[in-house]
Design a protein around this ligand. Structure first.
Ligand SMILES: Nc1ncnc2c1ncn2[C@@H]1O[C@H](COP(=O)(O)OP(=O)(O)OP(=O)(O)O)[C@@H](O)[C@H]1O
Length: 252
């Protein structure tokens, strides 16, 4: 069980990127309420704002309007130092490209975000064990498969026992078998440990693992649905595609 359960709320968030004289509105009033222990998949076309939303939820990007509330705390009201320690204690981040340090062993990569101390080694050992990576602990990332590197990246995200794990296309660089194994692992972190999981994905068979699929279009909520009502990834893909049809859009 993670050390605590945190509800997460995105309240009318607007995010604009300014480049010279042009302004790109990446998020236009996104609304999202996530109960502790839910697994959410965010889908949408390229450029619809998925990664920006994840970064905003992690407090990595500030917002132009609206709020991100984690356990009722508005990330916009925290100082940089408060935000850094809040992120370290409560939020684990996982990226498509793993972002491991090539010169460090698997176990040293896992240790990186944590403060070294006597309790750290048992925690690293437990994570290596839980993720089936004990045999690979001294390997450097270059000697690991993509799926193994992503397991190490997930262990690194979990070392400070965050209640929330945010993953940006965590299976995007993996073959389909490794990708499904990573999805199963994220599902277990949710079911067995009560962690809140939010992933960005383009892949219907990845979204199938979630409790809710939230679809963005042009930086705003388009629709959402529950994968539990879908027979398989093909049916989920059909629901996703039909959300963009003119008929569906006209009825909203
Ligand atoms: N740092 C940035 N500076 C300027 N514009 C940006 C920046 N980051 C994102 N954008 C723009 O904001 C919009 C949303 O981008 P974002 O990366 O959030 O979309 P996405 O849905 O994650 O796309 P993809 O699926 O291709 O990763 C896009 O138009 C993008 O070009």
């Amino acid at each position: 069980m993670s050390s605590e359960c945190l509800p997460l709320e995105v309240n009318g968030v607007v995010k604009r990127y300014r480049q010279g004289s042009s302004v790109i509105e990446a998020l236009r009033g996104v609304q999202l309420t996530i109960r502790p222990g839910q697994f959410i998949a965010i889908m949408g076309a390229s450029g619809s704002g998925k990664s920006t939303l994840l970064h905003v939820m992690a407090g990595l990007t500030d917002v132009d309007a609206g709020q991100v509330l984690v356990d009722g705390r508005d990330l916009g009201n925290l100082s940089d130092a408060q935000l850094t320690s809040f992120r370290r204690d409560h939020i684990g981040l996982v990226f498509q490209a793993f972002n491991l340090i090539p010169a460090l062993s698997a176990e040293d990569n896992i240790r990186l975000p944590a403060i070294d101390g006597p309790e750290l080694s048992p925690k690293v050992n437990a994570l290596l064990d839980r993720l089936g990576m004990s045999e690979r602990r001294t390997h450097k990332p270059g000697a690991l498969s993509g799926g193994e590197q992503q397991r190490i990246a997930i262990a690194r995200a979990l070392i400070c026992d965050p209640a929330v794990v945010l993953a940006d296309e965590p299976t995007g660089s993996l073959d389909s078998v490794s990708g499904q194994e990573i999805c199963q692992l994220l599902r277990e972190l949710c079911d067995e440990q009560g962690r809140t999981i939010v992933i960005v994905t383009h892949e219907p068979h990845v979204a199938m693992w979630a409790d809710r699929v939230v679809v963005l279009k042009d930086g705003a909520n388009l629709t959402e649905f529950a994968p539990s009502g879908k027979r398989d990834a093909q049916e989920l893909a059909l629901s996703y595609q039909s959300a963009f049809s003119p008929v569906a859009e006209a009825s909203r």
